[in-house]
Design a binder for this molecule. Structure first.
Ligand SMILES: [Zn+2]
Length: 283
């Protein structure tokens, strides 16, 4: 089975008692869910986190993380803050039985004016926290963004920016999260950036999967459930050809778990089937 994850439906889970949420975990487990993707803030601040993590552990569902929270503009302060958070996160995970290697995906913080001074600072920032994170068994990943998501002066819309980070930080535990929806959106808009270049593909350690398309009114939307996988298949096949072994994490949030659980289950199954079939055909 492929490693397929989904975003943790936190709003819904928090409304449920432990007895009520366990049956959902069982459904996800039966459908082959590998992991829940969680925001770091949620993990650090949510009172029910111990119960949630323990139940996930019982149902053999792993954790992956997306960094959330303001990063101070001053680089030294930013490094201090993130180091403290990483230590606290590992402590919460370990104490609830999640003692394995975990990916944390970051959006590179945005810049106000001088892009290149910012880039240099960000290289120092990621180099330092990546080295620090080695002993904590965290992989530090930067995400490939899109021209539209998120809004702001981010680094990562462009593959050349991602390459500069990779050329400067060669730690084993530093890598890239390829968001297939973001590159697809850029491709729909600009007819470029569909598949990552050879230099980057070997450093992909995590993948976000979601649907993106152009609506009849011309607007583009993304972070919605998969349908027939047409807008993901070239990218997925490219990952399989390049021997990608990491998690394929479905990245969209649906409120109303009881009404929408079948969409998650269907997407987990669809993605698993597609990956397994294409792996098989390559043998
Ligand atoms: Zn993403």
């Amino acid at each position: 089975m492929a490693k397929v994850g989904i975003c943790f439906p936190s709003k819904d889970f928090l409304k449920l008692s432990e007895e009520e949420f366990v049956p959902y975990l069982k459904k996800f487990q039966q459908k082959g869910l590998y992991s829940f993707d969680m925001y770091t803030e949620f993990l650090l601040k949510q009172k029910l986190i111990n119960t949630i993590l323990q139940q996930m552990q019982k149902h053999n569902i792993k954790v992956s993380l997306h960094y959330q929270g303001d990063i101070p503009k001053d680089n030294e302060q930013a490094i201090m803050q993130v180091k403290e958070q990483l230590k606290a996160i590992r402590q919460i995970l370990d104490s609830n039985g999640h003692c394995y290697e975990i990916n944390i995906v970051f959006h590179v913080p945005d810049y106000q004016k001088n892009k290149y001074a910012h880039l240099n600072e960000m290289i120092v920032f990621f180099q330092t926290i990546t080295t620090f994170a080695e002993d904590l068994k965290f992989n530090i990943l930067i995400e490939i963004l899109s021209n539209n998501h998120p809004a702001g002066n981010h680094l990562g819309n462009d593959f050349s920016e991602i390459s500069i980070f990779l050329n400067n930080i060669d730690n084993e535990n530093f890598g890239v999260c390829w968001d297939l929806g973001h590159t697809r959106l850029n491709h729909l808009e600009n007819k470029e950036l569909l598949l990552v270049p050879a230099k980057i593909i070997d450093r992909i350690k995590f993948v976000h999967v979601h649907n993106a398309y152009q609506k009849k009114d011309g607007k583009y939307i993304e972070h919605i459930p998969l349908t027939d996988l047409k807008l993901q298949s070239a990218e997925l096949k490219f990952l399989i050809e390049n021997n990608y072994k990491g998690i394929y994490s479905l990245e969209y949030g649906l409120d109303g778990l009881s009404e929408n659980v079948n969409i998650y289950l269907d997407n987990i199954k669809k993605l698993n089937k597609f990956i397994e079939k294409n792996k098989e055909e390559r043998k």
